[in-house]
Every structure is written in structure tokens, then in C-alpha cells.
Ligand binder design. Sequence first.
Ligand code: PHE
Length: 344
Amino acid sequence: MSTLQDKINNYRQLFFDRAAAVKESQQVEELRQLFLGRKKGYLTLLFEEFKNLSPEEKKTAGRVLNEFKTEIQSKLSELEKNFPVSGTITPIEDLTLPGRQLYWGAPHPITLFERKIENIFISMGFSVEEGPEIETDYYNFEALNFPPDHPARDSWDTLYINDKLLLRTHTSPVQIRVMEKKKPPLRIIIPGRVFRRETPDPTHLPMFYQVEGLVVDKGITFAHLKGTLEFFLKALFGEKIRLRFRPSFFPFTEPSAEVDIECIVCRGQNPECRVCGGSGWKEILGSGMVDPQVFKNVNIDPEIYSGWAFGLGIDRTAMFAFQIPEMRYFYENDLRFIRQFNRK
Ligand code: PHE
């Protein structure tokens, strides 16, 4: 019995020395293992020894051992409070909850609409070209036959980077870039971003999308322009859609026409229609026969070749097709808006 008491005294000394030296939570756990470990803990071993004592001895020994155990446990829990284990506070997980839904990325509505347009033209044998968003005055204006004092050159419309460079105001400069490199026959479309100095409002933004079209070959006439655009717009808006070609002016086409489509909201029946303003028509593109001067600028002989071109505002056409009242919705990155166009 005295040996057991001696051992306890030694172990108590050891325990409190160690406890005083504790500096971090891990050492608290080590100390617990050393004394209360299930197989080799010092106290556990003492309890093993206890089993061999006589019933007489067990009386006092049991009490002393249990007191020592309580001492150890209360010191350990005090230490645990002083050295909390960081980062192990496990949140209560509810394993019955359904899994988190995965959101797949999906194309933006403008991209979807652009692809729809591209596919219609690809089906007619057109190929897709691209050009730079930062342009020179030459490609954006001069080569397209803009006189130096043309209003479209006015700084009101154009965002200049410096004297020589600007953000393209339309996709037409890519007509020039392609015709410089490739010789006719050409059948291309050119989708892309364009920039104008506009104050944002529901139908205007300083950045928007256009798709340009260009056909150059021998014997191309206005009939090709009209037939192709009619086919395209019927593929986009349905066979029944009515179109209107109005005479217009662009420096790089002659003659030129703007194309309106019948208002798909009121079909011309509502004088107070919010979409078409009651006119029954919606202007969506500019077009015309390539001006002979433009061909001369790229060394294509206008006596041999002729061609036609068009430029369509993708955003405004998409707004019309999807019946969206605000162009800004396209660029606000509001997923509640964007997800509506990707329903499977
Ligand atoms: N580039 C013209 C615009 O932005 C549209 C257009 C393209 C007109 C091609 C005729 C031919 O308004």
C-alpha cells in the first residue's frame, strides 16, 4: 500500500510539473494520454495494480486513487479551457439535407443570339471573320469613303484613344481588312463589339454588338441583297414576318437601304405599342450595294466585281426578339435575368 501511495505522490509531482509547462493545446492532449491513456496511461496502470491488492488495502487505495483521478481530470479540463483547440469546432452537419445544386456555366443571351444569326448565314455558305476593336481612322472611316467632315466622325459619336487610334464605331472596318487580304468571291459575316459615345439609356449603350455581312462576286445585284436578307430575317423571326426596305444613306454603300421588321408585339395593331411606338415597324439594320470607291480603296476592280453589305445591331434585335425593355439588362450580370435564356 505504501508503495502505491509513493507512486501516486511521484506521479502527482510529475503530472503537475508537466501541467505547469503546458504551452499549447496539443500538450494538454499528450498529458491526458500519458496519464489516462486506455492501455498505458500511468493512472490506468495504477488501477491495474489496485486489482491485486487485498480487500483490506483496496478500501483506502481506492479512495486515494479516485481522488488522484479527479485531481487529474479537473486540472486537464482547466488546461483545455486555457488552451482551446483551434479550428476543430466542427459545425453540426445535417446529413439529411439534399446536396448542393451545381450551376453549369451557360452562354450569355447575346452570345446565344449571335450564334443563331451565325448559323443561319453559315447555312448559306458564309464564313465568320473578326477584326480588332481598336481601329485606325483609316479603317473605321477613310477607307469606307467617309468625307473628313462627315457627322459620324464627330467626336460626339466616336471614342478616340489618341490622334490615330479609336474604338471602332461599327464592324464595317473589318470589310476593308478582309478585302485587303482575300480576293473575291467573298461571303462573310463579322460579329463583334462596337463603341460609341452615348449616354446609357434603355435603348443606347456606349458598347454594343453588331454583325456585319459582306458579299462580293461577279454579277451581284440588289436582288441578292434583298433575297438574302429576307431569307435571314424569316429564319430568325418566322416565315410570316413582314419586312420593309427604306432608302437610306451610308458613305460606303450606294444605293443604301435600311430594313425594318414588322413589330412582333403589336403587328401594327396598337397605336400605343411600347415596343414600336405605334408605328408597327422596328428598324434593325442598314445595308446597301458596296460603293465603287470602297472597292477601289482595296484594289478590287468595280468594273468586274460588285457586292452588297449590311450591318445589324445584335443587342437591339435580341431585345426585340426576346421582348426585353432594357438594353442594360444584358450587361448587369444579374443571374436571375441571364438564366432565363438557358432553360433546357
Ligand atoms: N455600319 C453601318 C452602321 O453602323 C451599318 C451598315 C453596314 C450599313 C453595312 C450598310 C452596310 O450603321
